[in-house]
Design a protein around this ligand. Structure first.
Ligand code: CMP
Length: 397
């Protein structure tokens, strides 16, 4: 995989920088002696450890550096990627790890922030050009795409009755919707039953993430403590709900405390299986819809986490020019938000004459009336050109 000492005699390798060849040789030795199962993650960890070492060395030198060094022009890389800064208004604030809002980490999968704030050197210090303090590191996280060859599946024996209960618990949960047969089987195999009593904390804010949970029976409240303030209730879960994904997705501390408000039966999925099977689709959808949902007037007052839950439930649907999206008089099963494109709206009077109504564009929504009032569709909506909508089913709506 990497240059061996023999290979380094070839013309190509002779031109490699000395420092690079030394690092690869060192890494080769470590791979040979550790024989890691997940080679990619092992290498990532190796490089992260090297970076940390470099950082510590630099900070030690910088703290004792003579004053004149401090007049050299600054190298202060942005810690927050611009895409994230744009989509998250709080992103610049220094949150405590325990209180860090989940949306802070939305685009920093398998990255951890907590070391960014600890060893903050004076902004007057000069960084070496190769320092890249803004790089985030993930020393302990499993690889995002673990090697399937080396992956040992978790199989926790269970009775048919337990399997039936798991199936019932996940049947209406969006995170499990797009699994193929094998993935579905792997998830069910890996789940383990956990019971808690009323008032037990299933998860504590700030703790390390171990499991993702699906509720079979019972209810739970979610509390978030921000900036040292007392914890406030922000959410609640009942049967079919799921929680505990954030710490596993972003390798951060638990973002909230989840407390049972009755005796509960939960199905817990271990971190590795969650990341291997459920994470990719979930984070892709949340990323895809996050910025868009912030612009939908109906949803602006929601908490970021509530918007994530909506993103989990949304699906994109496409319509061609003139295609009917909802038809006046039909039974309504879906609610639509226009992602891109335009739609025309018409209404028929009692004589069957069709009248145009104001059209709709991106960010606008339709189809909510039939769902709210359980009434037939009150108008016909057609695509004007190519139309892309995010749709939400009746139950989720
Ligand atoms: P995690 O941070 O792993 O553990 C606590 C869980 O509470 C979190 O994942 C979410 O699944 C859930 N949760 C529900 N509401 C919120 C919220 N407003 N902020 C953060 N987490 C929440």
């Amino acid at each position: 995989m990497f240059a061996s000492s023999t290979a380094s005699q070839s013309p190509i390798h002779r031109s490699l920088p000395q420092a690079y060849a030394e690092i690869l040789n060192d890494l080769n030795q470590k791979v040979i002696s550790a024989q890691p199962q997940d080679v990619l993650q092992f290498c990532a960890n190796y490089f992260n450890a090297k970076l940390e070492e470099q950082r510590v060395r630099f900070l030690a030198t910088a703290r004792t550096a003579p004053q004149q060094n401090r007049d050299i022009p600054q190298f202060l890389p942005a810690v927050i990627p611009p895409s994230l800064a744009a989509s998250s208004p709080n992103i610049g604030s220094a949150a405590t790890p325990a209180a860090s809002s989940p949306d802070h980490s939305m685009e920093s999968e398998s990255e951890s922030d907590d070391d960014e704030d600890q060893e903050e050197p004076s902004p007057l210090l000069t960084m070496p050009p190769n320092y890249m303090r803004g790089r985030r590191t993930s020393v302990s996280a499993e690889s995002m795409v673990p090697s399937h060859q080396n992956y040992v599946k978790t199989v926790i024996p269970k009775t048919d009755e337990q399997r039936r209960r798991i199936e019932a618990s996940i049947s209406n949960n969006f995170l499990f919707k797009n699994l193929d047969e094998d993935q579905h089987e792997d998830v069910v195999n890996a789940m383990t039953e956990k019971r808690f009593q009323c008032k037990d904390n299933v998860i504590e804010q700030g703790a390390v993430g171990d499991f993702f949970y699906v509720v079979e029976t019972g209810t739970l409240d979610v509390f978030v403590a921000k900036h040292g303030n007392p914890a406030e209730k922000v959410f609640e879960y009942g049967p079919g709900g799921s929680f505990g994904e954030l710490a596993l997705m972003y390798n951060g501390p638990r973002a909230a405390t989840v407390t049972a408000t009755s005796d509960v039966v939960l199905w817990a999925l271990d971190r590795v299986t969650f990341r291997r099977i459920l994470m990719e689709n979930t984070s892709r959808k949340r990323r895809m819809y996050e910025a868009f949902l912030e612009t939908v007037p109906l949803l602006v007052s929601l908490e970021p986490y509530e918007r994530h839950k909506i993103a989990d439930a949304l699906e994109s649907v496409y319509f061609t020019d003139g295609q009917v999206v909802v038809k006046q008089g039909d039974q309504g099963d879906n609610f639509f938000i226009i992602e891109s494109g335009e739609a025309t709206v018409t209404k028929c009077n009692d004589e069957g004459v069709e009248f145009p109504m104001p059209g709709l564009g991106p960010g606008q929504y339709f189809g909510e009336l039939a769902l709210l009032n359980d009434m037939p569709r009150a108008a016909t909506v057609r695509a004007k050109g190519r139309l892309k909508c995010a749709t939400l089913g009746k139950r989720a709506f």
